[in-house]
Design a binder for this molecule. Sequence first.
Ligand code: SF4
Ligand code: SF4
Length: 237
Amino acid sequence: MRTSAAPELVDKTTGGIVVLGGDHVVIRRRRQDWQQIVRIGRSACDQCSYCTELCPRYLLGHPIEPHRAMRSLEFNLVGEANVVGTSYCCECNLCSLYSCPEDLDPKNVCTQNKRRLAAEKSTWDDPPFNPDRPDVHLNNRRAPMIKLMQKLGLTGFVNVGPLDGKLLAADRVGIKLKQHVGAPCEPTVAVGDTVKLGQPIGTPPTHDGKPALGAPVHASIDGRIASIEDGVIWIER
Ligand code: SF4
Ligand code: SF4
């Protein structure tokens, strides 16, 4: 979800776009800063553990327990201990936007910790995995879609369809060099080059002679390479 005024680009991972007002609950949650998250979380978390009991990664058997990450706030331990298993957080946001009855933000506490662990190159040898948990809980703890939409204030957004398949004629497009997990592509074109629709304009890099995980990117219009900056190739007709 984007809240900035900077131009945003549609890429291959964009599933849909919902435009929300600045006072919408989802936007207000998004705009909370880290200090607010810590202050409120530290004082209001009652350790009910709903965030853990409904966490999809926990339910699959992984050793992530977001309520423990919240508990660590009280001891200023965020980022200090791998025992909370935050590296296993997939950042689905279910705990923050659905599970927590106090509207706290365990997802951001987990991801803050996860990023710090990654920056420190901390790894967890032989992490515990509970293979029995999926059988016991996975199927009866799924969040119902309608409840999720109600909690997020999204039930008023009705898809009236049908899809209009009309193509929009663009005079200028930006193609992101990183559109998915894996390595960002490296440009195979230069500013001023002429390109054709469908032409490859970036490919994944190679490391030690082997191609990195990734997929090439292509021009979506005929045009000229206007600039290559901030990970985006801009093409103009
Ligand atoms: S669900 Fe909310 S209140 Fe309960 S443990 Fe998790 S963060 Fe704390
Ligand atoms: S955001 Fe992370 S901790 Fe929260 S429910 Fe999703 S996977 Fe679990």
